[in-house]
Write a protein that binds this ligand. Sequence first.
Ligand SMILES: Nc1ncnc2c1ncn2[C@@H]1O[C@H](COP(=O)(O)OP(=O)(O)OP(=O)(O)O)[C@@H](O)[C@H]1O
Length: 852
Amino acid sequence: MSWRAELDRAARSFRAAAAHLDRAEALAAEAAKALPTADSSAARQRELALELTRAAEYTAPGWLTQDLDALDVTTPPRSEPRHGVQYVRIGTARPLPDASFPAIVPLLGHGHLVLDGDATDPRVAALLQSLLLRVLAATPRTQVSLVDGVTLGQAFTACAPLVQGGIAGRTATDHIGLDLLLDEAEGHVREAQQNLHDQAGLDELPHRLIVIAGLPPQIGGGMRTRIAALAHAGPRYRLHLILAGWRDPSEQNRAPAIDHATYIRVGERHPVADIAAPVSFDPAPPPALARAVYTGLAETMRRETTLDVAALIPRQRWWASSVDGLSTVVGRDQRGEVSLSFDDATPHWLVGGRTGGGKTVFLLDVLYGLAARYGPRELALYLLDFKEGVSFTEFTPSEHDPTWIPQVRAVGVESDREYGVAVLAELRREMSRRATAMKRAGVTRLSELRRRLPDQDTPRILAVIDEFHVLFTGNDRLARRAVAHLEELARKGRSYGVHLILASQTISGVEALYDKTDSIFGQFPLRVALPGAKGILDVLNNAAETITLGSAVVNHSGGVNGADRLIRFPDATAGAEVFTELRQNLWEQREPASKAPRVFAGYAEQHLDDDPVFATLNTDGRRPATLIGRAVDVDQSTVSFGLDAIPGRHLAVLGTSAVGADVLQSAVRSLVRQHKPGHAAFVIAPLVGAADAQVDETVAELAAAGHDHTVLRPADLAAALPALLADADPEHPRYLVLFGADSAAPLLGPTGLSDLRILFKQGPVRGVHVLGWWRGLRRFTDDLGGTHNREDVACLVVLNVPGSEIGGFLGDHTIEWHARTNRALAVDRHEGTVRLCVPFVAPGRLDEEGPL
Ligand SMILES: Nc1ncnc2c1ncn2[C@@H]1O[C@H](COP(=O)(O)OP(=O)(O)OP(=O)(O)O)[C@@H](O)[C@H]1O
């Protein structure tokens, strides 16, 4: 066929193609191939170039062919290549100096582009940027994976908004990153295959475009073969490659051929075999345009992936079984809802982010999601927060809302480390119980036990510890116990259905865990990095640095680079009503016997009148007890000292804090309830003005209860001491209550002091007990007659006395006590116990007293 006939045929073809998109796509390529270069008439060539331009514009409209300089961000995208092939412009073909047409090549819906040069060649770098912008602007749902092993990511710096928006993963620059990226791409193919197998179709699956600006130098034949295999399978599953630098200099180790590819030879005059004209490649797009398009895409993605809290909650409640694990929707990514699990693969999670990075919100999303899915027989929650704040209070009953989440067993807000360690110890005990039950049942996993004994109450336990690093501060015995507990729970938890979320705001927080025991770290394969998270992901992975509020990087591989998934999660604070309704709803569904969670609020005062033991005190007990506060433990057990006929059963409250008078008052008030009127006598010595209010209230209560009581004038104290012992009757106890005992010594003089010491030594066996508030340890020691007599007063409530001093007094320097507001150390020398407690105070005392 002559060239003229050839040209006519091509021109005819193009006219027909105008009516038929698919056909035009095919014929455009054919016609371009047919362009003769030598002896054709210039006029005809110009005419044909015009035809080709029209056909190209028709075949690949807007973003796909126009000069990028001539476009702005408002240019609409082309609809997805639903059928057929999407062509994209690579540059301008110029058969004559004054005749040109867009050089377009097929990509999405067809195959791949392979360039022999890499991005170290500026023409290639520019072309890749232009191609990426065109494809993404025309087909906005496309997912992108970027590899640049030759210019350290320089080729894709303009793509930062795509990375932040979750449209592109972070650029892989080395063989490890490429390896992970190929894993992900192979996952895409598998997912698509599954979709086809399930006859779900691929319409919902976005295109995935892998742009490789140059391969990292370290990669070997295996990796190249994987790329070639992906290229072979990819187009059928909406996966396409733009592969630059695909050449191998060694003849022995040639790069495998890429199927379905259009090869572009960068250095040649006719770089594309199908276009019989010289082609100059497109320049890089105007930076402002790229920025505007990519930012717009990221914003659209943000809108589309933003999830309402309602989407976290399934329509049906408590339907799920936790036999094999727990799982809940936590957010969305480009592909839809994202669920995370606690199971054998990801038994525990590590969550981090800067202050205000959304950690609390994320945790609330997770907890409500789980609580909606798994009933109390499937899930038990322990929630611990060490910082000031209200993270978990909404799970507990309050004055405004008496409901609670029935799965919650214990909540600590502004917890002490001691409380945290007590919770961890309780979890370990539960693990031991389960281990025994499993041994007995002859099984090794919780799931087997659950299947074998479906009626047994063995829910999966999730313990959430916010600001967990506080547990390690101090590097003391308590810290070591915390580490030991955490290590055990982290290592064995998966077998016994005990899962942890450790969350922290600070890098030092996370490092604290690492420093304590790097073996724990490996037990937390699932990492959730919120904005500004440090130390949560691998050191080389800075994915969390650029994400915005409401997003999180989820990484199932211990935080390694390239295994990131960017999700968005809903704002729990914005959806508060939804969660409130859910809470009330779940509460209504609870079993009638369901108990409210045990709540420890570190900042709260404890009042004797609210104490459950105080409420049950009566005169039938064998051994009168003085109630002094609530222990910092999971049950907040009441701390008391029994006053029986054993030497040493006296009570000393130590410290200048005004709380001392309250504690003494509580001790007396609890005794008041345990004696019938006339069966005990109370001798009250008000020695300091600071305790006047408590003295008055105590006396009024004694009078109201009809108890025998005397209020001593200070001047009468010395005379009263021998009398107390003289006619003592163990059946009718007597209590000497010294409000401000440190002021007694000058009143007593040497004889009186000696009488006091005799009382200390001989009183209890004869039914006489001293209860005193000494405002200084030194005074108390002197009154005892020296530390060698410390056994004479066995019950101590230590307030603001330095730890070293009390350690010295007790002869035990291992005691760790840091005096602080609203805390006391209850020491029982006989029982050998040293317990941290919240002392009973008068309501409002902390507001008056302020911090110590
Ligand atoms: N998914 C989200 N979408 C939109 N806004 C959010 C989202 N998550 C959190 N926020 C906003 O950020 C604020 C801080 O969140 P949050 O209290 O969870 O941070 P935090 O990391 O727990 O901070 P801190 O530890 O200092 O309390 C919230 O008040 C909320 O308005």
